[in-house]
Design a protein. Structure first.
Lengths: 143, 143
DNA sequence: AACCAACTGAAATTGAGTTTCAAAAACTAG
DNA sequence: CTAGTTTTTGAAACTCAATTTCAGTTGGTT
């Protein structure tokens, strides 16, 4: 999946415009595998593009989510984070509560059990959230 | 586990006082299996106890969390919800995105796989969050 | 080139959560 | 029981991320 293309399609579909700011934000966002919050991405962009406003960053991240090239994540720190989707490959997260490091994991057997649980309750699943919080290896070393 | 007792212990331990408001909030909270947000519990309490303030409800729910008789949950609707803990029995949630219904589920095999995943990344888990979002049986019937 | 709808960025607004503060209530010691 | 001390309460103020507003700007279409 070419994410820039998907984004442009989305703009066209909705009669939106292809602006300089949106391009810059898209590139910066996709070039990183970091899980940015709006504020963090805004700060990064400000270095090279001081004229781009916070509201524009916010609105553009919402557009990314709308067209499926990003997902909103919430790790309970009071900030919504946005993760660029590199593929259709689903994964979940380990979140270090000390250093904030985020590790992605894939475990098909868990996915399968989720389907079983849903069936047990006649529930049709649209999405899920699964995060493990704790200490990454560095942060669990004795200091 | 007697939750009222645990709460009283907690108050004593921290040199806090046993007030009328705290007792009322505790009873109302435990008498329901509902997953209240602060606002919702406040509205319920207001019917019989119009003098109890929002801030008191908020602070009391925080106390419940501190002493372990409640947990904070966040289902992505912008409101923190509080779940009374009836036992030490861990469970996760199915959340209906249409009617808001919350179903609790237990699946030890998922818990086991979580431990395996954590081990794979040398990660020591402190807590986790696992929610499936979709339609409950009523909301997936053709209307 | 002209037009118009969409966009931008600064500032204002929203809303959940939290804190403040003066009056009230709960405990403690006498 | 009473006085004294500390915590609590509730209303209002504040915080902070998220969202909206709006006047001036830009994109892209004719």
């Amino acid at each position: 999946m070419n994410r820039a293309l998907v984004f442009n399609q989305h703009l066209r579909n909705k009669g939106l415009k292809n602006t300089r700011q949106r391009l810059i934000i898209l590139e910066t966002f996709l070039d990183s595998s970091f899980h940015y919050s709006t504020e963090e991405l805004y700060q990064v962009l400000r270095k090279d593009h001081p004229r781009i406003g916070y509201a524009t960053v916010h609105r553009t991240l919402k557009l990314f989510t709308e067209c499926g090239i990003a997902v909103e994540l919430n790790f309970g720190d009071g900030q919504t984070r946005f993760e660029p989707l590199y593929s259709d490959h689903h994964h979940d997260h380990l979140v270090c509560t000390r250093c904030g490091k985020i590790i992605e994991f894939v475990e098909p057997r868990i996915e399968q059990l989720q389907r079983e649980v849903a069936e047990r309750y006649d529930f049709s699943v649209e999405s899920h959230r699964h995060e493990l919080y704790g200490r990454c290896i560095k942060c669990s070393q004795p200091s």
